[in-house]
Design a protein around this ligand. Structure first.
Ligand code: ASN
Ligand code: ZN
Ligand code: CA
Ligand code: CA
Length: 319
């Protein structure tokens, strides 16, 4: 007897959650067959390097074992992110046509990262000091958004297009998570409270610039892994702050931006990503693309177009 089921799990960061599972021969799996893709599954690398690894199983459909818990978060995160892109943007999986999805947790040992490898999402457990397990909802949404970007704009992962790629992942991460403007606040530095991996509302709080004049590598730069491909995880603070100002409003560097809310902001950024950003889009071109998307959605004289324009001005991009 095989069947889709509804299970529960003790996540690390989101409490007890309801998750789609699957049963076969009396064993339950973190495996969803009820959405657009044939499957959305979460597996374990068992602290090794092999991918996708092995299935995470449970005998009573209530995933509470310590080995299963990170998988519960990753499964919940990829399901919520799948549902977000479908329900909010009409996008069926990262490729827009129902691609299957796989996440692997417990990758390596003490590994302080999570990533999209071109085929699947991969999560480390952290070393317990810099990071705990990197499986919280906004990190899952960030990594899966890299896949969406790969299949839409294809922003090249270096210099400004790379920083924009990072920013798009951060923006949709906080839209999926929805409850704050920080990324990784639950898994980053578990021994230190009140910090986060990145902040969209206040990028300098986590070491990022929030104005174009303060960007890293303003001159020529040869991208390499050692300089983070010319600061992609640093300069993302600039478009991140612009997106925050659109959604939440505020005065920054003397420029006032009226809030248009999260709903309008996410629609504008998705439309820009899917229709106007290309592999080589710069911050200046992202400004033009988001203004065009806001114009399409809300009209040329709309408050949304004004907010988008002012938000970019507040971070020093455009006039
Ligand atoms: N966690 C990093 C990121 O998603 C890993 C990477 O792919 N550069 O930005
Ligand atoms: Zn990223
Ligand atoms: Ca967050
Ligand atoms: Ca912390």
């Amino acid at each position: 007897m095989v069947a889709p089921e509804t299970g529960s799990g003790s996540s690390l960061y989101s409490g007890t959650v309801t998750i789609p599972t699957y049963s076969s021969g009396g064993t339950y799996y973190l495996y969803d067959t009820t959405r657009g893709p044939s499957y959305i599954r979460t597996m374990t690398g068992n602290n090794g390097t092999s991918l996708p690894g092995s299935y995470i199983t449970d005998s009573d459909n209530n995933f509470t074992s310590s080995a299963a818990r990170a998988g519960v978060d990753a499964h919940y995160g990829q399901i919520l992110t799948y549902d977000y892109f479908l329900n909010t943007h009409g996008r069926n999986s990262y490729n827009g046509s129902g691609a299957n999805m796989t996440s692997t947790v417990h990758h390596r040992s003490g590994y302080n990262n999570a990533f999209w490898n071109g085929q699947q999402m991969v999560y480390g457990d952290g070393d317990g000091s810099t990071f705990g397990p990197l499986v919280e909802l906004d990190i899952a949404a960030h990594e899966l958004t890299h896949a969406v970007t790969e299949y839409t704009a294809g922003l090249v992962y270096q210099k400004e297009s790379g920083a924009l790629n990072e920013s798009v992942s951060d923006i949709f991460a906080v839209m999926v998570d929805r409850d704050d403007w920080t990324l990784g606040e639950n898994s980053y530095t578990p021994g230190t409270g009140g910090d986060a991996l990145r902040s969209l509302s206040n990028p300098p709080a986590e070491g990022q610039p929030d104005h174009y004049d303060d960007r890293l590598y303003p001159g020529s730069c040869s991208p390499s892994q050692s300089n983070d491909y010319c600061g992609v995880h640093t300069n993302s603070g600039i478009p991140n702050k612009a997106a925050y100002l659109m959604a939440a409003g505020g005065t920054h560097n003397g420029v006032s931006v009226s809030s248009i809310g999260r709903n309008a902001t996410e629609r504008i950024w998705y439309r820009a990503l899917a229709n106007y950003f290309t592999s080589s889009t710069t911050f200046s071109a992202a400004r033009a693309g988001t203004i065009q998307a806001a114009t399409d959605l809300y009209g040329s004289g709309s408050s949304q177009v004004t907010a988008v324009t002012n938000a970019w001005a507040a971070v020093g991009v455009g006039s």
